[in-house]
Design a protein around this ligand. Structure first.
Ligand SMILES: NC(=O)c1ccc[n+]([C@@H]2O[C@H](COP(=O)([O-])OP(=O)(O)OC[C@H]3O[C@@H](n4cnc5c(N)ncnc54)[C@H](OP(=O)(O)O)[C@@H]3O)[C@@H](O)[C@H]2O)c1
Length: 441
């Protein structure tokens, strides 16, 4: 049997401690899977005195993660600290420079610096594996790197943030407002005290940017990803979407179009009968459209210590078996620069919620603004304002706000945006219009 594979693990938090526990309690299993013993030889974290739930006997402790990365006694540097800059980046660079294989779960680091790190790994002939960085326990990186090699991919999309999916699912199931569900998610540990990174769509965008490079062979600067979060999705939108046969999900989509590659993260209406609509709670999914396989859907845990450590361990086993692949499928020299499409050219149907003053001519003016931009309306529902309820004045001239829900036929994003701007400028609405894309899956 080959020599023991020695790991240096930096970061012993949720993922790092699960990984070390897994390797300790299942050492025989890993020896069989890897064809050689796999051992944690050295570690680094901030607090040496913290109880970690596994034994550090005989394991070298480094206060400095960069020193661990250069430790001559390790073969693989496993980075589980997190963060796109700082110590995680410096330590990964140091490990690659020292000719160590690197395994990481750090999506932020890869979204910002993945191509540069891949170039360094290729130059040294070592692995840079990051299965856990996208959708936690779902093996999507291996699927793209290995299983789908024959395919040209036209679209990859999915639910890549469990926090957002939990919030939207609970708003749907329990008819609760966003703020209340966010508080509940924070109490349950599904959302951070500062939830901006998740609910603002940035976490999903990091993962999408990595998937896009793998799937399309393009390097996408993170700033080119269009990102919208779920903060503006209201209980009224969820209810209206439900009545119309849809669910609202935070979708991450990369899609080849006639005008270029669309790379976008935003709330979207998806048909209730679609498989993606059924993915609820903290569960993630990734769908891939390829020319030979058609459509493929992977569903599973997008986070959690054990699920994520399971993905990290699979990367370690690959290294133990001697598998070293270009990190982004193609060598970095074969990656092209992204030709991201302008979102104004995006074609699709739209859901629109307007809060319209209950006055004669209001609906006609809205219809005209839409027609002026060639936006054709598929369906329109006006909810009665309070004045129309039994006991109200029923004049149709109360000036109260009434909710109008529109579904458009396929149009361009520029047209619908221009139409909504015209409606606002005409003074027909009391609040900014809500617009959500409808995604055909
Ligand atoms: N948690 C998940 O479900 C999940 C899922 C997918 C991907 N990931 C990714 O996995 C990585 C780790 O996430 P996590 O949830 O395990 O984070 P975490 O629980 O916050 O753990 C971070 C670890 O890094 C250590 N650390 C912080 N600064 C350090 C430094 N300067 N030098 C050495 N160690 C340092 C901390 O030490 P102390 O323990 O001493 O404070 C802690 O052990 C991140 O990139 C994250 O995005 C996580």
């Amino acid at each position: 049997m080959a020599n023991t594979l020695n790991l240096g693990v930096a970061g012993l938090g949720t993922v790092g401690s699960s990984l070390c526990t897994m390797l300790e309690t299942r050492s025989d299993h890993f020896t069989q899977m890897a064809g050689r013993a796999v051992k944690v030889t050295a570690v680094s974290a901030r607090n040496r005195d913290k109880q970690r739930g596994f034994s550090l006997d005989g394991v070298t402790w480094h206060d400095d993660a960069e020193a661990l990365a250069r430790d001559p006694n390790i073969d693989v540097f496993v980075e589980l600290i997190g963060g796109e800059e700082g110590v995680a980046k410096a330590a990964v660079e140091a490990a690659l420079e020292a000719g160590k294989h690197v395994v990481t779960a750090n999506k932020a680091l890869l979204a910002k610096h993945g191509v540069d790190l891949a170039r360094r790994a290729e130059a040294k002939g070592v692995a840079l594996n990051f299965e856990a960085a996208v959708a936690g326990g779902i093996p999507v990186i291996k699927t793209l790197r290995e299983a789908l090699a024959a395919n040209t991919i036209s679209r990859i999309y999915g639910i890549l943030n469990g926090t957002c999916n939990y919030i939207l699912s609970k708003m749907q199931d329990e008819q609760l407002p966003f703020d209340e569900v966010l508080k509940d998610a924070q109490q349950k540990g599904y959302a951070e005290a500062d939830p901006t990174f998740d609910i603002g769509g940035f976490d999903a965008a990091h993962k999408l940017s990595i998937l896009t490079t793998l799937a399309f062979g393009v390097s996408v600067p993170f700033d080119d990803v269009h990102v919208e979060g779920i903060e503006a999705v209201s209980a009224a939108d969820i209810e209206a979407a439900d009545e119309l046969g849809y669910r609202i999900k935070l979708l991450a989509v990369s899609q080849q179009t006639d005008t270029g590659l669309e790379v976008r993260v935003h709330p979207a209406l998806v048909a209730k009968h679609s498989a993606v609509a059924e993915v609820s709670g903290v569960t993630n999914c990734v769908a891939i459209d390829g020319d030979y396989i058609g459509s493929l859907l992977l569903v599973g845990p997008g986070a959690g210590g054990e699920a994520t450590a399971s993905a990290v361990a699979s990367d370690v086993v690959d290294v133990a078996r001697g598998l070293v692949l270009p990190p982004f499928v193609r060598p970095v020299s074969a990656l092209t620069s992204s030709n991201c499409a302008e979102l104004g050219a995006h074609q699709g149907a739209y859901y629109v919620r307007l809060t319209v003053f209950d006055k004669p001519g209001g609906m006609a003016a809205i219809a005209k603004c839409m027609a002026d931009e060639n936006v054709s309306i598929e369906s329109i529902v006006q909810r009665r304002p309070d004045s129309e309820l039994p006991g109200g004045d029923r004049s149709g001239n109360s000036g109260q706000a009434a909710t109008v829900i529109l579904i458009t036929h396929k149009t361009t994003e520029k047209s619908i945006r221009d139409a909504l701007t015209a409606i606002e400028q005409a003074g027909k609405v009391s609040q900014p219009p809500q617009m959500i894309r409808i995604e055909v899956l």
